[in-house]
Design a protein around this ligand. Structure first.
Ligand code: SAH
Length: 619
């Protein structure tokens, strides 16, 4: 399985020219989406590919086949090498440069459209380097206005993108008129932004210096005081279509384009075409969908016939069994009918097309969503795996409990949507994450420690199962983290060196009798036992009972570690004994480790021997 966040940039070519630089990016190039290229004179790993000719010649041969290039080479040399290959920012691959020590990652070229800025941040988090991004929007912590809509599947319309971006860089007032599409992007702007979403009476605003339309409507660009204007078109339109058998693609296209033009709708805002299932193989429609990257939905006559339409036809009913194809299909796919049935006939009468248009409330993204279930470790950025950090940086949305979201705040990208909620709302968080991923976004759900140990991973998978999930869409990737049992253990020495178990004392989701049974089994089985959720403000008796159970099976002086907030600012580590453990502060941010019968305390360190006394081990 391709468990990597770099998949969306693949294929990626990484280029190094000597041993040192190959070494600097070695951890990166283990990723299955990245190919490491080296001169043939350099021997490195078996996975590396070699080129015989000059790097300049080699680049020319592989340039077109890659979405991204990562050079571990002097930036100046890279500029000279790629200069002859660059064509246009809408076309060029992402180009990223890493210095020979792997300390800095520079987004060199195609920062927005080639997504080099995002790749740079993902690589930097992955190898623990500092990202260098020089784009103005990024440095104002604003979304890149010429690319951010792609997250939601929007298409770009006409406009003076350079002019609008220059106005944003100068922090001039930008008027945003949004008539459709997701509003989430607005909720996460920095407080100091210059977007204006509409007047309020109390605000006396300066004239806008640029305008952004987000709408399915096509507006003529009128040069007005040289005001730069751009258009984003969320894919909210569904074309309901009926046609005679073998109607030409040309006539169908003409019908769609003319209807859009008449009603001032942008063809870029079309999500797809909807029709009756009899038309599923209609060549003209299938071809248009392929050429324009539209989706084609079909419905049965029975489904279509249940829809209330403005222009029912008895003739159509007689022919295909429903009073309406175009209008009913448009409504089933798009909900709100904008344009009722229009009829087009070709001049030579070799076909006929009916077109209706409906608009959905939520745009069609057109991607398979992903769920990254991410463990962020105990709560210090140094204790998160590079893969987990990369997943968080790369995701469109990050969802988690407020405290954890704060702990990872420095990984946030400007375009990212971050949704935090109070601790008790795990179920809501899981549902929200699934909803956004089913829509087509990449959503990282964060848990402290490991996400699969009393974390969000299980909740999300359970919820997915309840929705009848097929295991593939949305895609799920689980990123492990250092669990509290490991982080707490590391603070006191090596208490988990023999068989151990974890028991949560929370009886919110588990009957207390079951917990008690497990405590007794763990104590009698001489397991080192890690207690999660040991005591809350209202749940205070469980830890007392746990102590009593262990006191029956182990010596009173058996070492016990009480670790509060491991690796966090308020960390507190106490080494005590079964007898005295209840005298210590224990709360919900504490993990308790109870040693087995061989565990000892030596000079303030908790040590569990690897074997039992009298049993020699060989290694
Ligand atoms: N998924 C988490 C566990 C969540 S349950 C993990 O793998 O670590 C919450 C419990 O974890 C807390 O009640 C506490 O017992 C423990 N815990 C989480 N973070 C901790 C930390 N930094 N220090 C000590 N205990 C912690």
């Amino acid at each position: 399985m391709n468990n990597s966040c770099f998949e969306q940039f693949a294929p990626i070519a990484a280029i190094a020219t000597n041993q040192q630089t190959a070494q600097a990016i070695a951890s990166l190039t283990q990723d299955p989406n990245i190919t490491l290229w080296l001169p043939s004179s350099i021997e490195f790993s078996t996975d590396a590919q070699h080129y015989d000719n000059s790097l300049r010649e080699h680049l020319a041969t592989i340039w077109e086949q890659h979405q991204a290039f990562v050079f571990c080479l002097a930036a100046g040399a890279v500029v000279r090498l790629i200069a002859p290959l660059l064509q246009h920012k809408a076309q060029d691959p992402a180009v990223v440069v890493i210095d020979a020590r792997g300390n800095y990652v520079i987004s060199l070229c195609s920062g927005h459209q080639g997504r080099a800025d995002i790749l740079t941040q993902a690589i930097a988090t992955s190898i623990g380097a500092t990202p260098i991004i020089t784009g103005a929007a990024h440095n104002l912590s604003l979304p890149a206005i010429d690319t951010f809509g792609y997250i939601y599947g929007w298409r770009k319309g006409e406009g003076d993108w350079t002019g609008v971006m220059a106005a944003i860089a100068k922090q001039e007032r930008i008027e945003v008129i949004q008539e459709a599409g997701c509003m989430l992007w607005r909720e996460h702007l920095p407080t100091q932004h210059s977007f204006d979403f509409g007047f309020t009476d109390s605000q006396i605003q300066a004239q806008p210096q640029a305008r952004i339309w987000i709408s399915p409507t096509k507006r003529k660009i009128v040069p007005q005081n040289n005001l730069p204007v751009v258009h984003w078109h969320p894919k909210v339109l569904w074309i309901g279509l009926g046609c005679e058998r073998n109607t030409s693609r040309k006539l169908i296209e003409q019908a769609i384009d003319e209807t859009c033009q008449t009603y001032h709708l942008a063809t870029e805002a079309i999500a797809g075409i909807a029709s009756i299932d009899l038309k599923a193989d209609e060549t003209g429609i299938v071809e248009i969908c392929q050429r324009r990257n539209l989706i084609f939905k079909t419905f049965t006559a029975e489904q279509l016939n249940q829809v209330d339409v403005p222009t029912p036809s008895a003739v159509v009913k007689q022919e295909v069994g429903t009073f309406s194809v175009a209008e009913a299909a448009a409504i089933l796919a798009g909900k709100n009918l904008l344009v009722s049935k229009q009829i087009f006939k070709s001049d030579d009468r070799s076909g006929a097309v009916t077109v209706a248009i409906a608009q959905t409330d939520q745009e069609y993204i057109g991607r398979t969503g992903k769920l990254y279930l991410v463990g962020i470790g105990p709560g210090n950025l140094n204790q998160i795996t590079p893969a987990a950090k990369t997943a968080i940086t790369e995701a469109d949305v990050v969802i988690g409990y407020r405290l954890y979201i704060d702990l990872i705040a420095s990984l946030k990208r400007p375009e990212q949507i971050v949704e935090s909620s109070p601790i008790t709302q795990e179920q809501q968080r899981a549902k929200r994450a699934i909803e956004l991923a089913q829509w087509g976004l990449t959503v990282a759900v964060v848990s402290s420690g490991d996400c699969g140990i009393y974390g969000m991973a299980g909740l999300v998978l359970e919820e997915l199962q309840a929705t009848g999930w097929n295991g593939k869409s949305p895609q799920v990737q689980v990123f492990p983290g250092i669990s509290a049992l490991q982080s707490a253990a590391s603070r006191v020495g090596a208490p988990l060196m023999h068989d151990f178990c974890a028991i949560s004392l929370s009886d919110l989701l588990t009957p207390w009798e079951m917990i008690q049974k497990r405590l007794t089994a763990a104590a009698s089985g001489d397991f080192i036992t890690v207690l999660y959720n040991p005591r809350s403000q209202t749940r205070t008796q469980q830890i007392v009972t746990a102590q009593e159970i262990f006191a029956q099976y182990r010596q009173a002086d058996t070492p016990v570690a009480i670790v509060h907030g491991a690796y966090r600012d308020d960390e507190q580590v106490i080494l005590t004994t079964i007898e005295k453990m209840l005298e210590q502060p224990i709360d919900m941010l504490t993990t308790v480790i109870i040693g087995n019968t061989t565990t000892r305390n030596h000079a303030g360190w908790m040590i569990t021997p690897r074997g039992y006394l009298g049993f020699a081990t060989e290694n």
